[in-house]
Design a protein around this ligand. Structure first.
Ligand code: PFF
Ligand code: NA
Length: 446
């Protein structure tokens, strides 16, 4: 989009839908439950919720505010808003690191999008029907062991993302988000209902909300913080880019609250759908990235109408993954398009193919290239940890420090419509609680 006639969202609702489309994705349904399982349950969940409320929400507001003031891509927006406030243009580094993070995340996000596609097809063929935990587990490990299958899924998924972004039809997807997101919510409710019939729902509830604080380590707190950024699409310039299409009339705090609540409800709902199945079948809580792929098919294979529900579920999951992946590619493309002579279509191809190539290295780490490459981690884990635990929190920290410390306090409060007590609260959280929270978590995990 050119800077001279920077477009705007047609309404506040469109904006909420686009932001929600970016936020709600694999992070909620695939990643959140397995992180809870790996990190010992409720203590992790509660720390995560604290991170969302005290760190994620203010940073979401900060990113939108910067984008709206800048009215251009994240790098230029950071540079210009800093300049206007009499600060150093070097703040643009926050935008640069965000775009790099988006590129890295897209590469492995697409691999999981491919899993979701494969499971959509598998549901149609009815392979889940009547399977026990072992059968479903073999299906999953069979997929992981096959580079060809993973490559096919990853490639088709990335092709869809590239196709959509190249045509710039992102707008059309917003109307789809409006219907498909609620449908995903309804299916989660059906799955939670199924969980209640297993007799293990109470145990799942306790696991998710009754904390055993001894399970908490510096490492899991950092994981919770990192995931708060990942799930809200923060620290990647994406929310900044979305904010740049925003008019003055939108109330940032109220809108942020809406998006954060929707994202959190979907994540908790996914956990409540999955853990009863885990307990009922004696599955491994810490089974990692495969968790939803070895639990949900069990439920679908053993419930009435499971074939059609399974198909619908994985289709909707794929769709949610697509809307998030599109939001990951968009800022990278915008950057390439504005910084090089390439056209929109060529920029999309260059950025998309780059992420696709890196994704191949990531998917091979599940089979033929499982040896650690750095810090004892394979490529997939390395990309995941590097972005969630380091790049996103540090970039988000840059955004909130910038808004709370480098911009004029009065102007920010006016822009957010804050007065009196609520202004003081914002000031305390944005200046101290959120940045210090990020720093403390960071330092204590080292
Ligand atoms: N927030 C998305 C999710 O939870 O699946 C993932 C994501 C999308 C992360 C876009 C970052 C991003 F910029
Ligand atoms: Na999310």
């Amino acid at each position: 989009m050119s800077n001279t006639q920077h477009a705007h969202w047609s309404s506040r609702l469109t904006f909420i839908l686009a932001a929600t489309g970016s936020a709600v994705g694999l992070g909620n349904i695939w990643k959140f439950p397995y992180m809870v399982g790996e990190s010992g349950g409720a203590a992790f969940v509660l720390v995560y919720l604290l991170c969302i409320a005290l760190i994620g929400l203010p940073i979401l507001v900060a990113e939108w505010l910067i984008g709206r003031r800048g009215q251009e891509n994240p790098i230029n927006a950071m540079a210009d808003v800093a300049h206007q406030a009499g600060r150093n243009r070097a703040w643009l580094l926050v935008g640069v690191s965000g775009i790099l993070g988006a590129f890295l995340i897209l590469s492995f996000y697409s691999v999981i999008g491919g899993w979701s596609l494969y499971y959509t097809l598998s549901s149609v063929t009815g392979v889940f029907s009547g399977q026990d935990a072992d059968g479903i587990g073999e299906l999953f490990s069979g997929m992981l062991a096959s580079p060809g299958l993973l490559l096919a899924g990853h490639s088709v998924f990335m092709l869809l993302v590239i196709g959509i972004v190249a045509r710039g039809v992102t707008k059309g997807l917003e109307s789809a988000v409006r219907t498909l997101m609620p449908a995903l919510g309804v299916l989660l409710v059906v799955l939670i209902g199924y969980g209640m019939t297993t007799g293990y729902f109470g145990q799942a509830l306790g696991y998710m909300f009754n904390p055993d604080w001894s399970a908490l380590t510096g490492e899991t707190v950092l994981a919770a913080l990192g995931h708060a950024f990942f799930t809200l699409s923060l620290g990647m310039g994406i929310m900044m880019a979305y904010g740049s299409y925003l008019g003055e009339d939108v109330n940032l705090l109220k809108t942020a609250r809406t998006v954060v609540i929707m994202d959190t409800v979907i994540a908790l709902g996914a956990g409540l759908a999955i853990f009863p199945i885990v307990f009922a079948n004696g599955l491994d809580l810490a089974s990692g990235p495969g968790l939803i792929f070895v639990t949900l098919p069990l439920a679908f294979g053993n419930m009435g109408g499971g074939v059609i529900l399974g198909l619908l579920f994985f289709l909707l999951l794929t769709f949610a993954a697509l809307t998030s992946a599109i939001s990951l590619l968009e800022p990278v493309v915008e950057f390439v398009e504005e910084r090089t002579p390439l056209s929109r279509v060529m920029s999309t191809l260059v950025a998309g193919i780059g992420a696709w190539a890196l994704g191949i290295a990531a998917l091979l780490s599940f089979n033929v290239w499982s040896d650690p490459v750095l810090f004892g981690l394979g490529v997939f884990d390395l990309l995941d940890k590097l972005t969630s635990k380091f790049m996103l929190p540090l970039t988000g920290l840059g955004a909130i420090v910038f808004v709370a410390w480098a911009l004029e306090r009065q102007s920010v409060e006016t822009e957010l419509g804050l007065k009196g007590g609520s202004a003081t609260l914002w000031h305390l959280v944005a200046r101290y609680v959120a940045p210090i929270g990020v720093i403390v978590v960071f330092v204590s995990s080292l």
